[in-house]
Design a protein around this ligand. Sequence first.
Ligand code: ATP
Ligand code: MG
Length: 754
Amino acid sequence: MDYLAGLNPSQRGAVEQTQGPVMIVAGAGSGKTRVITYRVAHLIRQGVDPFNILVLTFTNKAAKEMRERIMKVVGSEAKNIWMGTFHSVFARILRSEAELIGYPRNFTIYDTDDTKSLLRAILKEMNLDDKLYNANHVYGRISSAKNNLISPQEYNKNEAIMAEDRSNGRPQLGEIYMTYAQRCYRAGAMDFDDLLFKTNVLLNKHPDTLHKYQHQFKYLMVDEYQDTNFSQYLIVKRLAAVHENICVVGDDAQSIYAFRGANIQNILNFQKDYPDVQVFKLEQNYRSTKMIVNAANSIIANNKNQLEKNVFSDNEEGEKIKVSRAFSDNEEGKIVAEAITQEKALKSLNYKDFAILYRTNAQSRSLEEALRKLNVPYKLYGGTSFYQRKEIKDLIAYFRMTYNPNDEEALKRVINYPRRGIGDTTIERLMVAADKNNYRLWDVVANAGSFLDGRSATAVVNFATMIQSFQAAAKTNTAFDTAMHIAQHSGILKSLYEDKSVEGLSRYENIQELLNGIKEFSEREDLEEKGLDIFLQDVALLTNDDNDKDPNADTVSLMTIHASKGLEFTEVFIVGMEENLFPSQLSLNSRSELEEERRLFYVAVTRAEKKLHISYATSRYRWGSLNNCEPSRFLDELNPSCLELDFKPRVAASQGESFQSERVAWQREESFSKPKPKVVKTTSILPKAHVPTPGFAPSDTSTLQVGMEVEHERFGFGKVVNLEGNRPDIKATIFFKELGQKQLLLKFAKLRIV
Ligand code: ATP
Ligand code: MG
C-alpha cells in the first residue's frame, strides 16, 4: 500500500472508502483531484477492471494528467479507464448508440461558430432584427434550455417561458429553437449542449442502453462537481443508480459557471439524493504559502452563500502579495513582463512556472506585446486557437463533409472554396430547393442537375463528385493519407501555395502543421481507433486548455481565470483588477452575480503556489476608447497584512485603507478636474512585413544549431530555440524578434544563418 503513503488521513479515508456514495467538499488546493487519482489507482490495485471505472473531469488536460499518474501505479491497464470530460465521454457513447435516437454514427459536432452561423441564417430567413435577436443571446437562451433538459416542443408549450420571451420582446425564440433543432437534425449534427441533452434522451428512452452502462460503470467519480449543470447532474445520477458507487469532489467556493447553467445546488443536494453518503472534509491546503491561503480566505469570507470551511496551510509563510498600479494597460504589461524576467533570474525559475490570469481574453493583447518586447516566450490558451484559424477550419470542413455529407455548415463553407464558380445565388437556390422539398441539402447538391441548369449545375455536380471521391478514399486509407488526398484534391493546398503574401505563407505552413499533427495521430500506438473521423471528434472537443501541443515547452501561460481552474503555478499574476472589468460590469446587478465574480477571484488567487502579483491600471482602452479605471473593490477585501504595495498611495493612509483612499482620490480627481485622458498610442500587433537583407539568399541549414541567429525571408531575425525530428523533416522552433515563437519545417523555410 506504499502508493497510499502520499495522502493524509482524511484523504486516505476518502480513497479507501470505495463502496457507496462519497462526497468531498473541500477548499482549493486541498488534494481533491489527488484523491480521485489515487482512488482510481486503488480500485484497480484491488482488482476492479478499469473498463468499469468512469471518471469525469473538467478538462481533457486534467484527464490526461490523471491517467499518466495512475499509469505510474498500475501500469498500462490505466489506458482502459473511461476518463475524460463530460463532452468527450458522452460523445464517445453517442457514437456507438446514435442510431437509436435517429442520428448517424458519424454525426458532426457543431462548434460555437457553426452554431452561430446557423442561427444567423435562420434569423435572416425569419426576417428578424438581428440586434433584438442577437445570435449570441439566442444561443445562450437555447443552450440554457438544453442544459435544463427543455426540448423545443416543451419550450413552445411552456406558458411561463413563452410569457417571459414575450415580455422581453422576443416572442419568436421558441420558433427559432424549433427550427434550429430541426436543421441540426437534418444535418446529422449535434452542438456541444446536445452531447449532454441527447445522452439524456438516449438514457431516458432506452432502458436497455441505460442498463448496459449502469452495469458497465460500477464506479463513478466526478471532479469539479460544483460546476455541473442539471443535464450533467442527471446523467451521473442515472448512471450511478444501480451500484451507487459514486464519489464527487468539489468546492462550492469555486463555482464559476453559473452563467452556463452550473448549479451549486447539485453539491448541496447530494446529501439528499444519497442519504447514506459518507462526507469527507479536507482542510489542509498543500499548494500555497500561508500568505496566499490567508488572502484567499479573506476574500471568500465576504460571500454570504457558502459552506463553512476552515482552510489552512502548513507550508512556509511566504512572500506578501505584490500589488502594482500602472497608468495604462500597456504599462501594466510592461510591469508584468519585467517582473517575470526578474523573478525568473532571482529565483532560478523557468518560464513555465509563471501564469498571467485575466478576466477577459481581450486583455491579452497588451500583455503579449510587452512579453514579446522582452523576448519572453509565452503560450496563449483560449482565444483564437490553432483550430479556429480560417484555413484550418476550411480544410477540416472538407474532412467533415467526407464523413457526414449532410453537414450543412461545412458544406456552405467549402462549396465555393477554393472558387469553383458556384455563386451565392446558386447556393441560395440549392437551399431553397432543400427547404421547399424538405430534402437534405446534400441530396439537392448531389442531384443538382434536377434543380439547376447549365454551367452552375455542372459546377455543383463536380463538387459532389469530388466529395464522393474523398469518401471512397477515406474507406481504404489511413487518416494521414486521406487528409493529404483531400488537401491536394480539394485545391486548398494549391490555392494557399499560390498566395505569396506573408499571411499566405503562414496559412500554408499552418496547413502543413495540421497535416503533421494528423500524421502523428495516425501513428500513435496507444490508440485503437485512429481514423480521420476520430481525429475530427477530438478536434471538435478540444477545450481551451488543450491547445497545448507541447506541454513541456518552457513558456509563460496566459489564460482567463475560467480556464485556470484546477491548475497551479509557482507564481501567478492577476491583472486588470479594476471595477467594471473585475468584477465585470455585467455582474453588478445582483448579489449572486457579484458573489460569482468573487469566487472567480478566489479561484485566481488559489492557483499560486509561492507568490502572487496583482495589478491594475488607472486607464485602459476598452471598445476603442480610453477609459479611466477605478481599483477593484476586491482589493479592499484582501487582508491588508498580506499585501505589499509597489507604489505610494496617492493619499497617505494607514495600511489597509489604501484602496479605499485610492478610490476616494480617484473620485475626487474625477469630480474636480477630470483628467484629460492620456492618449496612449496603441501600436498594431501585426508585424510589419520584413524587408530581407539585400542579397538575401537562403543558406544551407544543415549546420543549424540551437542558439544560432537566423534571418527568415519574411519573418525577419530570430534565434533557434529548438530542433526536432529527423532529416528531411527537421522542425525548428525559432523565436522571431517581431513575431514571437514559430515552428518551421526546415525543408520549406527560407532561412539564412547570420
Ligand atoms: P483545486 O480546488 O484547485 O482543484 P484540489 O483540491 O483538487 O485543488 P490538488 O490539485 O489535488 O487540489 O492538490 C493541490 C496540490 O497539493 C497538488 O500539487 C498536490 O499534489 C498537492 N497535495 C495534495 N495532497 C497532498 C499530500 N497529502 N501531500 C503532499 N502534497 C499534496
Ligand atoms: Mg482539483
